[in-house]
Design a protein around this ligand. Structure first.
Ligand SMILES: O=C(O)COP(=O)(O)O
Ligand SMILES: [Mg+2]
Length: 221
C-alpha cells in the first residue's frame, strides 16, 4: 500500500530547464493512492495538469486560496487586499512583469503573482503597508493574504478524500511548501529546495527536481 501524496509543481515536478518533466505522465497516473497537487499557481493550471495527466482533479491552488477536491470548490479568502497592494505597486512604478495579457494572474482568484524581475524592495514596502505577505517561491513573488497556506488546503483536501492529513507524504521545494510539510506525516524536500523547505522537511533527496521526486516515490513503494 502506497500513501496518498501532496505534490508541489514548480521545482518538484519540473525539469531544471523549466516545464513539466515528462516522467510525471507515467508516475502520477500509476500511483495507487490519491494524489493532490498543491501549488502557488492560479487555479486553472493544476486543474489542467490533472486533466492532461488523466487523473482525478484534486487541487490546492494559490497557496490554499482555492481548494478543489471531490467536486467541491472552496475559495478560502477574498482577493481584495492582495489586489489593492498590486494596484498600488503598479501605481508607484512597479511592473508585475507578465505583459499585457498577464495569463499568470488572469484567472487567479485570491492573490497576485509578481515576476522575480520585479522591484523587490518596492514590492515588500507596499505589501507591508497593505498588510499582505510576500511569498517567494523561487519562480515568482506572491502577494498573499496572511495565514492563507497550502497546509490548510492539505487538511481540507485530506478530509474530502477520507484520509488524515498525516497519512499523506509530501514533496516540495520552497518556502510555500513548509506549511504542507507541517501538515503531513512525512515530507521530502528535493535537492534544489530553498533553505526553509530543507529545514522543514523530514528528508532531503539527493536528486534535484523530478529526479528527487522520483527518488522519494521509490522509497515509499
Ligand atoms: O507559481 C509559483 O510561483 C510556484 O508554484 P509551486 O507552488 O507549484 O512551486
Ligand atoms: Mg515549488
Amino acid at each position: 500500500m502506497v500513501p496518498p501524496l501532496v505534490l508541489d509543481i514548480d521545482g518538484t515536478l519540473t525539469r531544471a530547464s523549466g516545464g513539466i518533466d515528462p516522467r510525471v505522465f507515467e508516475a502520477l497516473p500509476a500511483w495507487d493512492a490519491p494524489v493532490v497537487l498543491a501549488t502557488g499557481k492560479a487555479f486553472p493550471y493544476p486543474v489542467a495538469l490533472c486533466h492532461f495527466l488523466h487523473v482525478p482533479e484534486r487541487v490546492i491552488a494559490e497557496h490554499g486560496g482555492v481548494v478543489y477536491v471531490d467536486d467541491e470548490v472552496r475559495v478560502t479568502v477574498d482577493p481584495d487586499r492582495p489586489r489593492a497592494a498590486a494596484e498600488a505597486f503598479v501605481d508607484r512604478g512597479g511592473d508585475l512583469g507578465w505583459g499585457a495579457a498577464d495569463t499568470v494572474n488572469r484567472w487567479r482568484e485570491t492573490e497576485v503573482a509578481v515576476s522575480m524581475d520585479a522591484d523587490e524592495a518596492l514590492l515588500r514596502a507596499v505589501a507591508e503597508e497593505f498588510g499582505v505577505d510576500v511569498v517567494d517561491t523561487g519562480y515568482a513573488y506572491h502577494l498573499v493574504t496572511p495565514e492563507v497556506e497550502k497546509g490548510d488546503g492539505v487538511r481540507a483536501a485530506a478530509e474530502a478524500v477520507g484520509y488524515e492529513p498525516t497519512d499523506f507524504v509530501a514533496v516540495g521545494d520552497s518556502e510555500n511548501d513548509v506549511s504542507t510539510f507541517e501538515a503531513v506525516g512525512e515530507s521530502f524536500a528535493v535537492a534544489n529546495a530553498d533553505d526553509r523547505a530543507r529545514a522543514a522537511a523530514d528528508h532531503v533527496t539527493e536528486g534535484a527536481h523530478m529526479d528527487g521526486t522520483l527518488e522519494a516515490l521509490a522509497s515509499l513503494r
